[in-house]
Design a protein around this ligand. Structure first.
Ligand SMILES: Cc1cc2nc3c(=O)[nH]c(=O)nc-3n(C[C@H](O)[C@H](O)[C@H](O)COP(=O)(O)OP(=O)(O)OC[C@H]3O[C@@H](n4cnc5c(N)ncnc54)[C@H](O)[C@@H]3O)c2cc1C
Length: 381
C-alpha cells in the first residue's frame, strides 16, 4: 500500500467520524447501544482488514497507519476502536500463526467484516496471571472437547470467531508450555455467550462472558499445527494489541486537548479569556507535551513492528505512558471546562470514563511495568 493511498484511507476515517459518528455518538453512548450501522460502515470502508495482507483481501496497512486509524477513531468514539481492537489482534494471529487452511478460510471473510473476531484469553479468576487459566481442551480422535469460561470478552456477543486460549496439558511445567490457541466459531455446539457486562465507559461495544460446555471443535481449529505454542502466540498478538490501545489513548487525549484549547479561547473570567491566565497555560503546556511524547512512543513501537522486530518493550512503554497521560489529560480537560466539563452535555466526561480502560486492558499498567523492567535489565550490560 503506497503512502498516498494510506493517507486517503486515514482521511476517509476522519470524514467518517465527522459525518457518521459525531451526530450519533451521544445517544449510542448514553443508551449503551451497539453501533451496528457504524460497524457496518467500517466494514464498507475496509477497516476490518486494515492489518490483513492484500493477498487475503485486506488493506495490508502498516502498523504506523493502523495506529493512526485507531487514534482517529478514538477521537470520535473510543468504543469504535474497541470493535476493531481484538479483531485486528485475532487477524494478526491467524495470518502469522495459522495454517494455510485457516488463513484461506477465515482471512478473506474477516477482511470484509463479513465475520468479526475477538480474543478469549481472560478468565474470571485469572487476567494478569495468564498461565493460570483453567479452560481445558481435551483431544479426542477427531476433535477437541473444550470446557471452561472466559470473562470480559470484547465483541463477545457480536463476534463470529474468537482466538480462544486454553490448556491442552494441565501438567505442563512450566505452565505456559501447556497453553494452546484455538479458533472458536460462534456456531460451535457447546459454546454460548453468558452475561453482558455493564461498564463505566467503553459503552456500546459488548463485553461478555463466554461459556464452553463440552464444546467440540475439529482438530484443524488448533491455531497452527502444534499444541503448546499458544502462550508465545498470544503474547506476540498482545504486542500489536498494545500499540492499538496506546494509539487509542493518544486519540482520546488529543480530542480532550483540542476541546480544551477551543474552550479556553471562548471562556472568560476576571475580564479575560481563560487562555490568558498563566495557570491555564501551564496546564495546556503540560497536556501538549505529554500528548506529543505519547504519540512519539506509539509511532516508535509501530515503526519497529513494521520492520518485523520484537516490540514487547516498546509497545509496553507506549501503552503504559499513553494510557496514564490520557487519564491525566482528560482530568485536565475537565479542570479547564470547569463545571461544564462535569456534565453530560460535553464529551469530556465520556473521555474521563473511557480513559481507565486503557490503563487496565491489554495487560494492566502494573504488568507493563514488570515487563518493561525485565526487558530493561536484559538489555543492560
Ligand atoms: C472493558 C474490558 C474489555 C476487555 N476485553 C478483553 C478481551 O477482549 N479479551 C480478553 O481476553 N480480556 C479482556 N479484558 C480483560 C483485561 O485484559 C483484564 O481485565 C486485565 O488483563 C486485568 O486482569 P484482571 O481484571 O483479572 O485483574 P488482576 O489480574 O486480578 O489484577 C488485579 C490488580 O492486581 C494487579 N496485579 C496483578 N498481578 C500483579 C503483579 N504480579 N504485580 C503487581 N500487580 C499485579 C493488577 O495490575 C491489578 O491492579 C477486558 C477487560 C475490560 C475491563
Amino acid at each position: 500500500m503506497n503512502d498516498e493511498v494510506s493517507k486517503q484511507i486515514i482521511n476517509t476515517v476522519k470524514q467518517f467520524i465527522k459525518n457518521d459518528v459525531e451526530p450519533v455518538v451521544k445517544e449510542l453512548e448514553d443508551q449503551d447501544i451497539y453501533p451496528q450501522e457504524l460497524a457496518d460502515k467500517m466494514a464498507e470502508l475496509g477497516l476490518f482488514g486494515i492489518n490483513i495482507s492484500e493477498k487475503y483481501g485486506g488493506l495490508g496497512l502498516s502498523y504506523v497507519n493502523l495506529a493512526e486509524i485507531f487514534t482517529e477513531l478514538s477521537k470520535g468514539w473510543m468504543s469504535l476502536a474497541g470493535i476493531l481492537g481484538t479483531h485486528t489482534l485475532a487477524c494478526y494471529m491467524i495470518e502469522n500463526y495459522g495454517t494455510d487452511f485457516q488463513k484461506e478460510n477465515y482471512l478473506p471473510k474477516l477482511s470484509k467484516g463479513e465475520i468479526r473476531a475477538g480474543l478469549g484469553l481472560t478468565e474470571s479468576h485469572s487476567g494478569s496471571d495468564v498461565q493460570n487459566i483453567k479452560t481445558h481442551a481435551k483431544k479426542n480422535h477427531e476433535s477437541y472437547k473444550i470446557n471452561g469460561s472466559k470473562m470480559f470478552i470484547t465483541n463477545g456477543s457480536k463476534g463470529n470467531i474468537f482466538i480462544l486460549v486454553a490448556k491442552t496439558n494441565l501438567e505442563a511445567d512450566p505452565k505456559y508450555k501447556g497453553i494452546s490457541c484455538f479458533i472458536l466459531e460462534d456456531t460451535d455446539k457447546g459454546f454460548s455467550v453468558g452475561q453482558k457486562l455493564d461498564k463505566l465507559g467503553y459503552r456500546g461495544v459488548d463485553t461478555c462472558e463466554l461459556l464452553l460446555q463440552d464444546c467440540e471443535i475439529p482438530l484443524n481449529r488448533l491455531l497452527g499445527t502444534e499444541e503448546g505454542k499458544g502462550f508465545p502466540q498470544v503474547m506476540d498478538g498482545l504486542e500489536t494489541g498494545r500499540i492499538n490501545v496506546a494509539a487509542r489513548s493518544v486519540g482520546v487525549a488529543k480530542e480532550a486537548f483540542n476541546l480544551s484549547l477551543n474552550y479556553s479561547k471562548k471562556r472568560e473570567t476576571f475580564g479575560k479569556q481563560i487562555k490568558d491566565h498563566q495557570m491555564i497555560q501551564s496546564i495546556i503546556a503540560t497536556m501538549a507535551t505529554k500528548i506529543e511524547a505519547a504519540d512519539l512512543l506509539v509511532k516508535k513501537a509501530a515503526n519497529l513492528k513494521d520492520k518485523g522486530l520484537r516490540v514487547d518493550l516498546e509497545s509496553g512503554m507506549a501503552k503504559l505512558y499513553s494510557s496514564e497521560i490520557c487519564q491525566e489529560v482528560c482530568m485536565d480537560a475537565m479542570r479547564i471546562h470547569g463545571g461544564y466539563g462535569y456534565t453530560k452535555d460535553l464529551p469530556i466526561e465520556r473521555f474521563y470514563r473511557d480513559a481507565p480502560l486503557m490503563i487496565i486492558g491489554e495487560g494492566t499498567n502494573e504488568i507493563m511495568k514488570l515487563l518493561i523492567a525485565k526487558r530493561v535489565y536484559e538489555n543492560h550490560f
